[in-house]
Design a protein around this ligand. Structure first.
Ligand SMILES: Cc1cc2nc3c(=O)[nH]c(=O)nc-3n(C[C@H](O)[C@H](O)[C@H](O)COP(=O)(O)OP(=O)(O)OC[C@H]3O[C@@H](n4cnc5c(N)ncnc54)[C@H](O)[C@@H]3O)c2cc1C
Length: 266
């Protein structure tokens, strides 16, 4: 299957994959390219491009994390054709929307001739470039709901330059505080790679933060939990140690930024 081909076609050219048959779904654009708001949820068609995300007024406030990731995405040529569905279905550590949509607890609508089913994104990515898609299915729609209560979401990405960045680390956080604004009600931390090259929720770190006071001690301990949870591999772009240290620094930055935004809103 190919949407706008920005992930798949370079891999075909490099002979990393050799599909015998390619189904081009870009002709379904009229049906699967939209961003709609219904009952407080935002529904994004799988063929929505990254530029469409940037052009939408819906990714503001608690959902501005989507815009933040889209702004750092590739270059205009890639953003104009690369799709949300293609990003998710690539299921690789270079795909920035995956951690962002994971902290938003995105739900995916998968359709086939036999019907449809809904799968949480965190269960959809099952390994490096492996998804829960059945051969007969395509991803049709992604749904996100802005987090309620005293909450904020934030994103950080590190690459080796300012444009066309393949992320060394991309990390997202959704943080919700109790009414006292001191205690963390819930947290979701996700990275472009948690074990090996698999994008995932850092569930131990997320669980550790829940219910604790948002103090510097808690943050320092959460950084240690994150380092113990990550099982990264190094490559020619960066070592595993460097990536882990960046992930820890980003965790602190993301928590501080979210706390500041939550405080400003009160
Ligand atoms: C120069 C360059 C820079 C890039 N920069 C970034 C970046 O900064 N951040 C980032 O996250 N990515 C980046 N990418 C990767 C890529 O552009 C994105 O992942 C893009 O969103 C992929 O979308 P696509 O429509 O082109 O996917 P395609 O290449 O068409 O498809 C990718 C995979 O998903 C499958 N697929 C696509 N759509 C569906 C669907 N609806 N249902 C089921 N399966 C589907 C295909 O079969 C294929 O396996 C970059 C790529 C290039 C070449």
């Amino acid at each position: 299957m190919v949407a706008s081909g920005t992930d798949l076609l370079p891999r075909v050219r490099k002979r990393l994959v050799a599909p015998t048959l390619l189904l081009d779904i870009s002709s379904f654009r009229e049906d699967l390219r939209y961003i709609r708001q219904t009952d407080g949820a935002i529904r994004i068609g799988a063929l929505t491009t990254i530029t469409d995300l940037l052009d939408s007024p819906l990714f503001e406030g608690k959902l501005s994390i989507v815009r933040d990731a889209a702004e750092l995405f590739g270059a205009p040529q890639i953003r104009n054709v690369g799709t949300v569905g293609g990003n998710i279905c690539s299921a690789s550590s270079s795909e920035d929307l995956i951690p962002v949509l994971m902290v938003l607890d995105a739900k995916l609508k998968l359709i086939s001739a036999g019907g449809e089913r809904t799968v949480p994104l965190q269960d959809f990515v099952v390994g490096k470039r492996q998804t829960a898609l059945k051969p007969s299915e395509i991803l049709a729609e992604v749904t996100v709901v802005p987090p309620s209560g005293h909450s904020w979401t934030a994103f950080e990405k590190l690459g080796r330059r300012n444009m066309l960045i393949i992320a060394l680390v991309s990390e997202a956080l959704s943080l919700t505080m109790e009414d006292d604004l001191q205690t963390i009600r819930s947290a979701r931390v996700a990275l472009n790679r948690v074990a090996g090259k698999v994008p995932a929720l850092a569930s131990r770190t997320s669980g550790f933060l829940a219910g604790r006071k948002a103090t510097e001690e808690t943050i320092a301990e959460a950084q240690r939990v994150l380092a113990s949870e990550l099982a990264l591999t190094g490559d020619y772009r960066a070592s595993a140690t460097y990536r882990t240290e960046v992930a820890q620094v980003y965790l602190k930055k993301l928590i501080h930024r979210s706390l500041r935004k939550i405080e400003e809103a009160n």
